[in-house]
Design a protein around this ligand. Structure first.
Ligand code: ZN
Length: 157
């Protein structure tokens, strides 16, 4: 998270407090939680809070919030990787969607496509679309592009 994410973080922690009947978080608590979760992207922090709101019984310790955020990230990475594996051709010819660019001397480095794939995992960028026959697989969450402009002809899914 960055300082720009503080309003979104404040909304998430306030929602947790209301849902789990905790007194309103004060400034010290907000700062401790924010600083401890700072190295995690806001998308995972907020998604973890939503998960705790719907399944938790008590206001989370910051370590529990971190662990839930890590689970959310792992699940999204796995879903994203599963989607990439279903594509008929890799999105990236350089790394074949591994995220690692091979060099002549046998070493590897981060591929230029890594940031794009990362933005997709975060949900800041639309996920790659599968061919029509497999399209139903990618219809979960809000990660599917809503402005692709494609409509199905009658009689097809
Ligand atoms: Zn690549």
């Amino acid at each position: 998270m960055t300082d720009a994410d503080k309003p979104a973080f404040a909304r998430a922690i306030a929602r947790l407090a209301v849902a789990l009947r905790e007194k309103d978080p004060d400034a010290v608590m907000m700062r401790v939680y924010f600083d401890t979760l700072r190295d995690i992207e806001i998308e995972f922090v907020v998604a973890a809070a939503e998960r705790i709101v719907t399944s938790g019984q008590w206001f989370p310790k910051v370590t529990e919030w971190r662990a839930t955020a890590a689970r959310v990230e792992t699940e999204r990475r796995q879903a994203h990787r599963a989607l990439l594996s279903k594509l008929p051709t890799p999105l990236c010819d350089v790394c074949r969607d591994t995220g690692w660019m091979p060099h002549d001397d046998g070493r590897v480095s981060r591929c230029d496509c890594y940031e794009l794939r990362r933005l997709e995992v975060l949900g800041r960028r639309a996920w790659p679309a599968l061919p029509a026959a497999d399209a139903t697989v990618s219809q979960d969450a809000d990660n599917v592009s809503r402005d692709s402009g494609t409509t199905c002809p009658p009689g097809q899914r």
